[in-house]
Design a protein around this ligand. Structure first.
Ligand code: 173
Length: 317
């Protein structure tokens, strides 16, 4: 009898331990072969290894599981618990999402200047989300082209965009087409587009260097990629699990200096791959960057009369 009881207990103990472990489902809005996603999968492995019995994140996959522009909605509604995405991909949830590209202060500074709290107030109120951590920054966006230009005039050119670039590129006369990253290669191959907006890095992940002739310098804005979580789920976590998740997300964010050297290297790789730099005179370059910023904030404040100006105080320098 005693023996039977012990066997029964032995079978039960691991089950109990497992039952206490919280399981969260994560989807990526970026394609799985993108370096960002691989880096995040490594982070997940670390979280799971160190969090045995506490937290297990289950990586569901990329846009094949949930399309790029639907990931925000899926997190908002709780179809998934966690999203690895960028604000431009969920302006269908709230216009404020795309404003983070205008950050000139770093994520670390925003943790200190009230920015992180403000972002979380807005994300909670308008998107039912917890903004856990920013894990890509210090990364400008650029305009990439297959036709040469000698001034910032995109008249007659068709450019692939997301909300990040829309107003800026349109102000230069571009006709624009929104696509998820996963569709850019084919659009380039078929000649449907003459260029695209994209960060300084991650061209190679998707083989776009094969179909890209020029990069326009300087870059503008600051790419933001983050981990967001369904707010109800976040609130429902036992305190120990929530603290663990917060801690691991913060540790991931604190690695962001990584991008500085990574981006320098990506520039070199682009040059080696034969991508030529188009740039203008100093005054034109300055005007180009200033215009991007000016249009960015004008649109931000117009699209969010409630929070645009408040965000500017903590994001802009
Ligand atoms: O171009 C894009 O798809 C885009 O908006 C973006 C934003 C952040 C990082 C990478 C791409």
């Amino acid at each position: 009898m005693k023996k039977i009881l012990l066997v029964a207990l032995g079978a039960l103990v691991p089950t109990l331990a497992l039952a206490q472990e919280v399981m969260l489902r994560l989807v990526s809005a970026f394609p799985e072969n993108q370096f960002y996603v691989k880096r995040t999968v490594e982070w997940i492995e670390k979280v799971n290894k160190e969090g045995k019995g506490v937290l297990h994140i289950n990586f569901i996959g990329g846009p094949k599981a949930i399309p790029t522009f639907e990931v925000g909605k899926a997190v908002q509604s709780g179809v998934v618990d966690l999203g690895f995405t960028t604000g431009a991909f969920y302006t269908n949830v709230m216009p404020e999402a795309d404003i983070l590209k205008l950050s000139e202060t770093s994520a670390a500074e925003q943790r200190k200047n009230g920015g992180y709290e403000l972002i979380n107030k807005i994300w909670a109120e308008k998107a039912n989300m917890r903004y856990l951590a920013k894990v890509v920054e210090f990364t400008p966006f650029h305009l990439y082209l297959n036709k040469k230009i000698d001034k910032p005039d995109l008249t007659g050119l068709k450019i692939r965009i997301t909300p990040v670039y829309r107003d800026f590129f349109q102000s230069m006369g571009a006709s624009v087409m929104t696509t998820a990253p996963g569709e850019v290669y084919t659009a380039l191959e078929r000649g449907v587009i003459d260029g695209y907006g994209w960060p300084i890095h991650a061209l190679f992940d998707l083989n776009w260097q094969e179909k890209t002739k020029y990069r326009v310098d300087p870059g503008f804005y600051n790419a933001e990629v983050s981990l967001v979580m369904n707010l109800d789920k976040y609130k429902s976590l036992p305190p120990k699990v929530r603290e663990y998740l917060d801690r691991q997300a913060l540790a991931y964010e604190q690695q962001n200096d990584f991008w500085k050297s990574y981006n320098e290297n990506e520039k070199k790789r682009q040059a080696e791959a034969g991508i030529q730099v188009i740039t203008f005179d100093e005054a034109t370059n300055r005007a180009y960057v200033d215009k991007a910023k000016e249009i960015g904030w004008a649109v931000a404040i117009k699209s969010s009369p409630q929070y645009g100006a408040e965000l500017k105080k903590v994001l802009a320098k």
